[in-house]
Design a protein. Structure first.
Length: 98
């Protein structure tokens, strides 16, 4: 019989995060979302693209690019991959400035 995660010294998600708490409300989420947005904007501007041009390259709506750059949305993994491909980089480079 498997032991609960907390027996091994690792708390389960239910023990750490109350059901009513949402990850988007955390300071960590806001920090990462803002960092991602700043990085996408920085790379887009280095290429001299407008938001509209970037949106076309990424295959998403310009409003979505603006929300990502402002750190106001939670883009899917598929969207992050599309953005990375459009910028000729990888997803990690969107999250970590090299």
């Amino acid at each position: 019989m498997a032991r609960p995660a907390s027996v091994w010294g690792v708390a389960s998600a239910r023990e750490v995060i109350p059901k009513t708490a949402h990850h988007r409300e955390s300071a960590t989420f806001r920090r990462v979302a803002n960092q991602l947005g700043h990085r996408v904007r920085e790379l887009r501007r280095e290429l001299g693209w407008t938001v509209e041009e970037a949106a076309e390259k990424f295959g998403i709506e310009p409003a979505h690019v603006r929300r990502i750059e402002a750190g106001r949305t939670n883009p899917s993994l598929a969207t992050l991959v599309s953005i990375a491909q459009g910028l000729s980089t990888d997803v990690v480079s969107l999250l970590v400035k090299k």
